[in-house]
Design a protein around this ligand. Structure first.
Ligand SMILES: Cc1ncc(COP(=O)(O)O)c(C=O)c1O
Length: 455
């Protein structure tokens, strides 16, 4: 550029932008489109038919969440299986859809095991994890041929007895923990570093009925560090090789657990979650590259088991909720109270959930706090959310609520609402709204405490 055609110097200015007024600033962050439907189903109609609040599951998005994970891994390493982590969301309809896609079941209690059995999942397609498995549950799992990952020396002793009583071969794996993150996830399984993981494998190898078939680990949740998975799979493979060389046992499955993030944003994250998290392809690249290269160390390629929960199911569900009151504080800021509380959305404690309104995006935008209807100060759904000027009666769509909300929700002050599945123009109830009798019908008042006339 010559001196002649150089543009004239313009003094920079710092101007205050009002983020409360879309009429003056129509920037990237203020284009908040109205959300009036879920997969083509008008939110107003859904609430009229099924009541408010309402959980809505998108079947298309659930299937997409599964396929995204499965295809990323199976195209790189064919012997991949996804065992869906039931506790993430064990609504039977959701598990059934995932099984329809080909998922196995990963369960962590006898209660969850029963859910898988009622969905007619074969024992060989159930992975039984968790620190508390009762003797009768182990007995059932061994008899069914499920893969039971042993969590502690105490559990090993129970497993030994159960297998003795059964008098037949019982498949077991070992849960291994490793120093990969801080604080380390060392509550579960046997330590790799202090040799306890190898030691328990040695004990199992000597048992006449217990058959060591797999190694398992689960490195945390919302793990966005690819290096953690790289080290985890390397460690499992090294242990499997040592077991073959020293104990003469061939490990047939390596279970890397779950822990993959969804697109939600944590309170601690400055940038949106989806910009911070690796994609399923990136996780698969790291994990499958290592296992494929080392497959030669095994007589037969081991099965790679993944146990994702959050990454499969989080984005498949929204919570619809109606604004029931709007208040103004001294100073002019406003906040809204909606009819869904943190008892329905426990992830509000750690996620900044994306929230949209059904109100026209062209209207004035404001920054508001959203509270739930519980008579508790901690009932905060989201602070500082930009929405078209909020009014009583608006319908808010709280997005990406599929993981760890319904299964950890509780009836508190209000019974829980219905869950509806939307698919191809159909809406089907997965769980009806709870009633007074559903909840209070479980209780008994000792006769001596009943009002006198009713005795
Ligand atoms: C053993 C095991 N596997 C899988 C999962 C699923 O984890 P995520 O939802 O983070 O994928 C969990 C959850 O804590 C778990 O404990």
């Amino acid at each position: 550029m010559t001196k002649k055609n150089k543009p004239p110097y313009v003094k920079p200015i710092i101007a205050k932008i009002s983020f409360t007024d879309t009429d003056t600033v129509k920037g990237l962050y203020l284009k908040i489109p109205a959300v009036r439907e879920v997969d083509g189903h008008p939110v107003e109609k859904l609430l009229t038919e099924y009541g408010s609040p309402l959980y809505v599951v998108s079947e298309a998005s659930l299937r997409h969440g599964y396929r995204n994970m499965f295809e990323a891994f199976s195209k790189r390493y064919e012997k991949t299986v996804i065992a869906y982590s039931y506790k993430t969301n064990y609504l039977s309809g959701i598990c059934a859809i995932l099984h329809h896609e080909g998922a196995w079941a990963e369960v962590v209690s006898g209660f969850e095991y029963e859910m898988a059995k009622r969905l007619e999942i074969a024992g060989e397609k159930i992975i039984f994890n968790g620190p508390y498995k009762k003797p009768a549950e182990l007995n059932r799992a061994f008899s069914d041929g499920a893969a039971v990952n042993i969590d502690s020396p105490d559990e090993y002793r129970i497993a030994e007895q159960v297998a003795e009583t059964l008098g037949r071969t019982a498949r077991v794996g070992v849960r291994v923990n490793m120093q990969l993150n801080y604080p380390a996830w060392d509550k579960f399984g046997f330590s790799l570093e202090n040799g306890k993981a190898y030691e328990i494998c040695r004990l199992i190898s000597r048992h006449r009925y217990l058959q060591l078939t797999g190694l398992h680990c689960h490195v945390g949740t919302y793990v966005i560090d690819l290096g953690i998975y790289r080290r985890a799979i390397e460690n499992l493979i090294s242990l499997a090789v040592k077991i073959r060389e020293t104990l003469g046992i061939e490990i047939t499955y390596l279970d890397i657990g779950g822990g993959f993030p969804s697109s939600n944003t944590l309170h601690s994250q400055l940038m949106p979650g989806e910009t911070m998290s690796p994609t399923p392809d990136q996780y698969a690249d790291v994990i499958c590259d290592i296992i494929s290269k080392k497959a030669g160390e095994f007589n037969e390629q081991p099965l790679l088991i993944l146990e994702p929960g959050r990454s499969v199911v989080d984005e498949s569900m929204v919570l619809l909720s109606r604004v029931i009151a709007v208040k103004e504080r001294d100073g002019g800021s406003r906040f809204a109270i909606i009819d869904a509380g943190v008892n329905l959305l426990p992830t509000a404690y750690y996620y900044k959930h994306a929230i949209s309104s059904n109100r026209n995006a062209q209207e004035k935008t404001e920054r508001v706090d959203i509270f739930g209807p519980l008579c508790m100060q901690v009932d905060v759904i989201r602070r500082d959310v930009m929405l078209p000027r909020i009014q009583t009666g608006d319908i808010l769509t709280i997005k990406n609520v599929g993981a760890y909300n319904f299964s950890q929700s509780m009836p508190f002050i209000f019974p829980r609402p219905a869950v509806v599945l939307v698919n191809n123009g159909n809406a089907e109830v997965l769980r009806r709204a709870e009633t007074y009798d559903d909840l209070k019908g479980l209780e008994r008042v000792p006769e001596r405490l009943l009002p006198a006339e009713s005795i």
